[in-house]
Design a protein around this ligand. Sequence first.
Ligand SMILES: [Fe+2]
Ligand SMILES: [Fe+2]
Length: 258
Amino acid sequence: MPEVSKNINPSKIDVSLSEINDGIYRICGFDDTYGITFNQLLIDDEKPILIHTGPVGMYEKIEAKVKEVIGLEKLIYVAFLHFESDEWGGMEFLNSPGARLVCSDLSSKLNLTGWNNVPLDHISFWDNEKLNIGKATLRFIMTPHVHHWDSMMIFEENSKSLFTSDLFIQPGFNKPVISEDLSDSMIALYQAVGIFASEKPVRITSKRLEKLKPKMIYPMHGSCIDGSIFSNYVDSIMKNDFAYSGKLLGQNMEYEVA
Ligand SMILES: [Fe+2]
Ligand SMILES: [Fe+2]
């Protein structure tokens, strides 16, 4: 696992593009400091949407890949699923003519107000609200305290695509889509990195997502997961402990006050 003192250098990360499903593209860069990929997802529909922007230093490379699919002037929505730098450090996408920010109602209330230079012009959604972008209909699912308390996920109802942000992530640089069960390495990553304070909200959310019967799962880190193997990942969340227990980014934390 990485040391806390090391920072990634996003501008050094190579970025690749692959079409995962009809009109759904994964823009992926592997960072060897943290040993994980950073994935942005582009849905090319009548009103195209980019889900996650990547951290700030990756912007130019991600922009180049978006432009291989659509002109930036065609980008209508830019979504982030919780307020963190890898999810939307590349705010420059909001300079695209016509691009509008999409987030959860909690992100709007908690994180997009009270700052300088944070765009107030955005659309926010509550649980089960929908946004039609052409063939695709996005359903927004509130997932509070699954990593951050403003977290949400997106389910695209036509293709049954599930965008889970930092849930169901795996380490390493594998092929774009996997049918393999890498849930052991997912759990080991969560135990070492400490991104969940408690298992309970993660388990409630995972069971809820399983009921949607997604055909493809698009985590922000790691490979896309074929729906045929998804239940293994949910089972692993249900039966293993993985919440924070004194390790952050692979390092033990000291609790004693000097
Ligand atoms: Fe995150
Ligand atoms: Fe992330």
